[in-house]
Design a protein around this ligand. Structure first.
Ligand SMILES: [Zn+2]
Length: 326
Protein backbone atom coordinates (compact mmCIF):
# COMPACT_ATOMS: atom_id res chain seq x y z
CA UNK A 1 0.00 0.00 0.00
CA UNK A 2 1.24 3.45 -0.75
CA UNK A 3 -0.33 6.83 -0.18
CA UNK A 4 2.34 8.84 -2.02
CA UNK A 5 1.17 10.41 -5.30
CA UNK A 6 2.71 9.33 -8.61
CA UNK A 7 4.35 12.74 -8.94
CA UNK A 8 6.26 12.32 -5.65
CA UNK A 9 10.00 12.87 -5.94
CA UNK A 10 12.09 10.24 -4.19
CA UNK A 11 15.62 11.28 -5.20
CA UNK A 12 17.17 7.90 -4.45
CA UNK A 13 14.70 6.23 -6.87
CA UNK A 14 15.30 8.66 -9.74
CA UNK A 15 18.14 6.53 -11.25
CA UNK A 16 15.80 3.50 -11.33
CA UNK A 17 13.04 5.57 -12.97
CA UNK A 18 15.52 6.89 -15.58
CA UNK A 19 16.82 3.36 -16.25
CA UNK A 20 13.27 2.12 -16.71
CA UNK A 21 12.38 4.95 -19.10
CA UNK A 22 15.54 4.35 -21.13
CA UNK A 23 14.85 0.61 -21.42
CA UNK A 24 11.24 1.25 -22.40
CA UNK A 25 12.21 3.85 -25.03
CA UNK A 26 14.78 1.59 -26.67
CA UNK A 27 12.56 -1.49 -26.48
CA UNK A 28 15.12 -3.26 -24.27
CA UNK A 29 12.69 -3.89 -21.46
CA UNK A 30 12.88 -7.50 -20.29
CA UNK A 31 9.73 -9.29 -19.19
CA UNK A 32 10.77 -9.41 -15.54
CA UNK A 33 12.36 -6.74 -13.37
CA UNK A 34 13.84 -7.24 -9.93
CA UNK A 35 13.04 -3.98 -8.18
CA UNK A 36 15.74 -4.04 -5.50
CA UNK A 37 14.17 -1.52 -3.16
CA UNK A 38 12.53 -2.46 0.13
CA UNK A 39 8.90 -1.36 0.56
CA UNK A 40 10.04 0.98 3.36
CA UNK A 41 12.35 2.77 0.90
CA UNK A 42 9.65 3.02 -1.77
CA UNK A 43 9.93 -0.28 -3.65
CA UNK A 44 6.18 -0.71 -3.71
CA UNK A 45 5.65 2.92 -4.76
CA UNK A 46 8.22 2.52 -7.57
CA UNK A 47 6.42 -0.59 -8.85
CA UNK A 48 3.11 1.31 -8.91
CA UNK A 49 4.84 4.21 -10.67
CA UNK A 50 6.19 1.79 -13.31
CA UNK A 51 2.72 0.31 -13.80
CA UNK A 52 1.26 3.81 -14.25
CA UNK A 53 4.11 4.67 -16.64
CA UNK A 54 3.14 1.62 -18.73
CA UNK A 55 -0.62 2.26 -18.71
CA UNK A 56 -0.74 6.10 -18.74
CA UNK A 57 -2.25 7.61 -21.92
CA UNK A 58 -0.77 11.06 -21.36
CA UNK A 59 2.86 10.51 -20.47
CA UNK A 60 4.73 13.81 -20.15
CA UNK A 61 7.02 13.58 -23.21
CA UNK A 62 9.86 15.59 -21.64
CA UNK A 63 9.95 14.26 -18.11
CA UNK A 64 8.72 10.79 -19.11
CA UNK A 65 6.40 10.73 -16.12
CA UNK A 66 2.89 9.26 -15.88
CA UNK A 67 0.37 12.13 -15.77
CA UNK A 68 -1.34 10.97 -12.57
CA UNK A 69 -4.74 12.19 -13.74
CA UNK A 70 -5.89 10.11 -16.74
CA UNK A 71 -8.30 7.21 -16.23
CA UNK A 72 -5.51 4.64 -16.34
CA UNK A 73 -3.32 6.47 -13.80
CA UNK A 74 -6.30 6.86 -11.49
CA UNK A 75 -7.18 3.18 -11.87
CA UNK A 76 -3.61 2.15 -11.07
CA UNK A 77 -3.61 4.28 -7.92
CA UNK A 78 -7.01 2.97 -6.84
CA UNK A 79 -5.93 -0.61 -7.57
CA UNK A 80 -8.73 -0.91 -10.12
CA UNK A 81 -6.70 -1.31 -13.31
CA UNK A 82 -7.82 -4.72 -14.69
CA UNK A 83 -4.46 -5.42 -16.39
CA UNK A 84 -2.47 -4.75 -13.20
CA UNK A 85 -2.20 -7.85 -11.04
CA UNK A 86 -0.81 -7.79 -7.51
CA UNK A 87 0.53 -10.68 -5.50
CA UNK A 88 1.08 -10.16 -1.75
CA UNK A 89 1.22 -12.52 1.22
CA UNK A 90 -2.40 -13.24 2.05
CA UNK A 91 -3.75 -11.99 5.35
CA UNK A 92 -2.34 -13.66 8.46
CA UNK A 93 0.11 -15.58 6.30
CA UNK A 94 3.66 -14.35 6.01
CA UNK A 95 4.14 -16.19 2.73
CA UNK A 96 3.18 -15.93 -0.90
CA UNK A 97 1.87 -19.41 -1.66
CA UNK A 98 1.99 -21.63 -4.70
CA UNK A 99 -1.74 -21.43 -5.43
CA UNK A 100 -1.43 -17.62 -5.70
CA UNK A 101 1.30 -18.03 -8.33
CA UNK A 102 -0.75 -20.66 -10.19
CA UNK A 103 -3.70 -18.30 -10.23
CA UNK A 104 -1.41 -15.60 -11.60
CA UNK A 105 -0.12 -17.87 -14.39
CA UNK A 106 -3.70 -18.68 -15.38
CA UNK A 107 -4.54 -14.96 -15.50
CA UNK A 108 -1.46 -14.22 -17.60
CA UNK A 109 -2.49 -16.87 -20.12
CA UNK A 110 -5.58 -14.77 -20.93
CA UNK A 111 -5.33 -11.74 -23.21
CA UNK A 112 -5.26 -8.36 -21.53
CA UNK A 113 -8.45 -6.31 -21.12
CA UNK A 114 -7.14 -3.32 -23.03
CA UNK A 115 -5.23 -5.37 -25.60
CA UNK A 116 -1.89 -4.05 -24.32
CA UNK A 117 0.48 -5.16 -21.61
CA UNK A 118 -0.28 -6.84 -18.34
CA UNK A 119 1.78 -5.76 -15.35
CA UNK A 120 2.29 -7.92 -12.28
CA UNK A 121 3.61 -6.63 -8.94
CA UNK A 122 4.93 -9.33 -6.58
CA UNK A 123 5.74 -7.70 -3.24
CA UNK A 124 7.61 -8.37 -1.05
CA UNK A 125 9.07 -10.97 -3.40
CA UNK A 126 11.26 -12.56 -0.71
CA UNK A 127 8.05 -13.86 0.86
CA UNK A 128 7.52 -16.31 -2.02
CA UNK A 129 7.78 -19.71 -0.39
CA UNK A 130 9.85 -22.41 -2.08
CA UNK A 131 7.00 -23.96 -4.07
CA UNK A 132 5.70 -20.56 -5.11
CA UNK A 133 9.16 -19.51 -6.31
CA UNK A 134 9.45 -22.72 -8.34
CA UNK A 135 6.05 -22.13 -9.91
CA UNK A 136 7.03 -18.53 -10.72
CA UNK A 137 10.19 -19.80 -12.37
CA UNK A 138 8.05 -21.52 -15.03
CA UNK A 139 6.33 -18.21 -15.77
CA UNK A 140 9.73 -16.51 -16.00
CA UNK A 141 11.06 -19.20 -18.33
CA UNK A 142 8.07 -19.15 -20.65
CA UNK A 143 6.86 -15.57 -20.44
CA UNK A 144 3.61 -14.60 -22.02
CA UNK A 145 4.42 -12.00 -24.69
CA UNK A 146 2.90 -8.92 -23.17
CA UNK A 147 3.47 -9.44 -19.45
CA UNK A 148 5.82 -7.34 -17.33
CA UNK A 149 6.62 -8.87 -13.94
CA UNK A 150 7.91 -6.62 -11.17
CA UNK A 151 9.47 -8.45 -8.23
CA UNK A 152 9.88 -5.98 -5.37
CA UNK A 153 12.37 -6.87 -2.66
CA UNK A 154 14.80 -5.23 -0.28
CA UNK A 155 16.37 -8.63 0.36
CA UNK A 156 17.19 -10.12 -3.06
CA UNK A 157 19.55 -12.70 -1.51
CA UNK A 158 16.49 -14.40 -0.01
CA UNK A 159 15.18 -15.18 -3.51
CA UNK A 160 16.41 -18.32 -5.28
CA UNK A 161 19.34 -17.56 -7.65
CA UNK A 162 17.34 -19.18 -10.46
CA UNK A 163 14.61 -16.56 -10.06
CA UNK A 164 17.06 -13.65 -9.72
CA UNK A 165 19.03 -14.66 -12.81
CA UNK A 166 15.91 -14.42 -14.98
CA UNK A 167 15.19 -10.84 -14.00
CA UNK A 168 16.73 -7.52 -15.00
CA UNK A 169 17.82 -5.61 -11.89
CA UNK A 170 16.46 -2.18 -11.18
CA UNK A 171 18.64 -0.53 -8.54
CA UNK A 172 18.15 2.58 -6.41
CA UNK A 173 20.73 5.36 -6.24
CA UNK A 174 22.94 5.85 -3.18
CA UNK A 175 21.08 6.40 0.09
CA UNK A 176 21.98 7.66 3.53
CA UNK A 177 20.18 8.97 6.61
CA UNK A 178 20.84 12.64 5.71
CA UNK A 179 19.06 12.18 2.39
CA UNK A 180 16.12 10.45 4.07
CA UNK A 181 15.89 13.07 6.83
CA UNK A 182 15.83 15.99 4.39
CA UNK A 183 13.23 14.18 2.25
CA UNK A 184 11.06 13.51 5.32
CA UNK A 185 11.33 17.14 6.42
CA UNK A 186 10.19 18.28 2.97
CA UNK A 187 7.15 15.97 3.27
CA UNK A 188 6.27 17.01 6.80
CA UNK A 189 8.04 20.18 7.90
CA UNK A 190 6.25 20.20 11.27
CA UNK A 191 8.62 17.50 12.54
CA UNK A 192 12.24 18.46 13.16
CA UNK A 193 15.28 16.77 11.65
CA UNK A 194 16.04 15.37 15.13
CA UNK A 195 12.54 13.85 15.31
CA UNK A 196 13.00 12.14 11.95
CA UNK A 197 16.46 10.93 12.90
CA UNK A 198 14.99 9.34 16.02
CA UNK A 199 12.20 7.68 14.03
CA UNK A 200 14.66 6.30 11.46
CA UNK A 201 16.78 5.13 14.40
CA UNK A 202 13.93 2.93 15.60
CA UNK A 203 12.51 1.84 12.22
CA UNK A 204 15.80 1.52 10.32
CA UNK A 205 16.53 3.25 6.99
CA UNK A 206 12.89 3.23 5.84
CA UNK A 207 11.67 6.75 5.05
CA UNK A 208 8.25 5.67 3.72
CA UNK A 209 7.62 3.60 6.81
CA UNK A 210 8.75 6.63 8.87
CA UNK A 211 6.29 8.87 7.04
CA UNK A 212 3.42 6.55 7.88
CA UNK A 213 4.55 5.96 11.45
CA UNK A 214 2.94 7.66 14.42
CA UNK A 215 6.00 9.63 15.53
CA UNK A 216 4.52 10.58 18.92
CA UNK A 217 3.65 6.95 19.73
CA UNK A 218 7.09 5.85 18.58
CA UNK A 219 8.77 8.45 20.80
CA UNK A 220 6.67 7.28 23.74
CA UNK A 221 7.60 3.66 23.11
CA UNK A 222 11.28 4.58 23.01
CA UNK A 223 11.14 6.56 26.28
CA UNK A 224 9.20 3.76 27.98
CA UNK A 225 11.78 1.21 26.81
CA UNK A 226 14.66 3.37 28.04
CA UNK A 227 13.01 3.85 31.42
CA UNK A 228 12.69 0.08 31.80
CA UNK A 229 16.36 -0.43 30.86
CA UNK A 230 17.45 2.10 33.51
CA UNK A 231 15.29 0.23 36.01
CA UNK A 232 16.69 -3.19 35.17
CA UNK A 233 20.21 -1.88 35.76
CA UNK A 234 19.10 -0.60 39.17
CA UNK A 235 17.54 -3.97 39.93
CA UNK A 236 14.00 -2.61 40.21
CA UNK A 237 12.38 -4.06 37.07
CA UNK A 238 10.08 -7.06 36.90
CA UNK A 239 12.04 -8.78 34.12
CA UNK A 240 9.62 -11.64 33.40
CA UNK A 241 6.55 -9.41 33.22
CA UNK A 242 8.32 -6.82 31.03
CA UNK A 243 9.74 -9.46 28.66
CA UNK A 244 6.31 -11.01 28.36
CA UNK A 245 4.73 -7.67 27.35
CA UNK A 246 7.50 -6.70 24.91
CA UNK A 247 7.50 -10.18 23.39
CA UNK A 248 3.81 -9.95 22.61
CA UNK A 249 3.49 -6.37 21.36
CA UNK A 250 5.79 -4.17 19.22
CA UNK A 251 8.56 -6.74 19.58
CA UNK A 252 10.71 -5.51 16.66
CA UNK A 253 10.38 -1.87 17.75
CA UNK A 254 11.24 -2.69 21.37
CA UNK A 255 14.33 -4.62 20.27
CA UNK A 256 15.38 -1.71 18.01
CA UNK A 257 15.01 0.71 20.96
CA UNK A 258 17.07 -1.59 23.18
CA UNK A 259 19.83 -1.78 20.56
CA UNK A 260 19.95 1.99 20.14
CA UNK A 261 20.07 2.53 23.89
CA UNK A 262 22.90 0.00 24.34
CA UNK A 263 24.90 1.56 21.49
CA UNK A 264 24.49 4.99 23.16
CA UNK A 265 25.68 3.59 26.52
CA UNK A 266 28.71 1.99 24.83
CA UNK A 267 29.45 5.29 23.10
CA UNK A 268 29.36 7.03 26.51
CA UNK A 269 31.81 4.46 27.81
CA UNK A 270 34.05 4.96 24.74
CA UNK A 271 34.12 8.70 25.52
CA UNK A 272 35.28 7.96 29.02
CA UNK A 273 31.97 8.75 30.68
CA UNK A 274 30.82 6.75 33.64
CA UNK A 275 29.01 3.70 32.38
CA UNK A 276 28.03 0.20 33.39
CA UNK A 277 30.53 -2.61 32.85
CA UNK A 278 31.15 -2.62 29.07
CA UNK A 279 31.39 -6.41 29.02
CA UNK A 280 27.80 -6.64 30.19
CA UNK A 281 26.65 -4.02 27.65
CA UNK A 282 28.42 -5.81 24.80
CA UNK A 283 26.87 -9.15 25.84
CA UNK A 284 23.44 -7.54 26.04
CA UNK A 285 23.93 -5.99 22.59
CA UNK A 286 24.83 -9.42 21.17
CA UNK A 287 21.64 -10.84 22.68
CA UNK A 288 19.60 -7.92 21.32
CA UNK A 289 20.97 -8.39 17.81
CA UNK A 290 20.12 -12.08 17.98
CA UNK A 291 16.65 -11.16 19.21
CA UNK A 292 16.20 -8.85 16.19
CA UNK A 293 16.79 -11.75 13.80
CA UNK A 294 13.99 -13.64 15.49
CA UNK A 295 11.37 -10.98 14.81
CA UNK A 296 9.94 -12.98 11.89
CA UNK A 297 10.35 -16.43 13.39
CA UNK A 298 8.14 -18.38 15.77
CA UNK A 299 10.93 -18.36 18.40
CA UNK A 300 9.77 -17.65 21.93
CA UNK A 301 10.06 -13.86 21.82
CA UNK A 302 9.61 -13.11 25.55
CA UNK A 303 12.52 -15.50 26.17
CA UNK A 304 14.70 -13.60 23.68
CA UNK A 305 13.91 -10.34 25.51
CA UNK A 306 14.51 -11.97 28.88
CA UNK A 307 18.05 -12.93 27.87
CA UNK A 308 18.87 -9.26 27.20
CA UNK A 309 17.22 -8.01 30.38
CA UNK A 310 18.73 -10.65 32.67
CA UNK A 311 22.19 -9.83 31.33
CA UNK A 312 21.62 -6.15 32.12
CA UNK A 313 20.22 -7.07 35.53
CA UNK A 314 23.67 -8.40 36.47
CA UNK A 315 24.81 -4.74 36.64
CA UNK A 316 22.60 -4.25 39.70
CA UNK A 317 23.73 -7.55 41.21
CA UNK A 318 27.42 -6.66 40.77
CA UNK A 319 26.88 -3.17 42.21
CA UNK A 320 24.84 -4.67 45.09
CA UNK A 321 27.57 -7.13 46.05
CA UNK A 322 30.14 -4.34 46.18
CA UNK A 323 28.01 -2.01 48.28
CA UNK A 324 29.24 -1.74 51.85
CA UNK A 325 26.84 -3.25 54.38
CA UNK A 326 25.13 -0.95 56.86
ZN1 LIG B 1 -1.91 9.12 -16.89
Amino acid sequence: MTTLPLAAELPWLRPAQDAFNAALASDRLGHALLVQVSPGQGGQWLAVWIAARVFCRQVDPHRQMPCGSCLDCRRVMANEQPDLLRVHPIEDSKEIRVDQVRELSAELALTSHAGGRKVVIVSPAERLNRNAANALLKTLEEPSGSALLLLVTGEPSRLPATVRSRCTRLLPGPTNDDLFVSWLQAQRPASSAADWRAVLGVLGPQPLAALEADTAALGGLRRDTERALEEVMRGTLDVVDTADRWGKEDYALRVACVELWLIDRLRDWGRGRRSAAPKILFDALDHAREARQWAESPVNKPLAIERVLWRLATVAQTAGSQRPVG
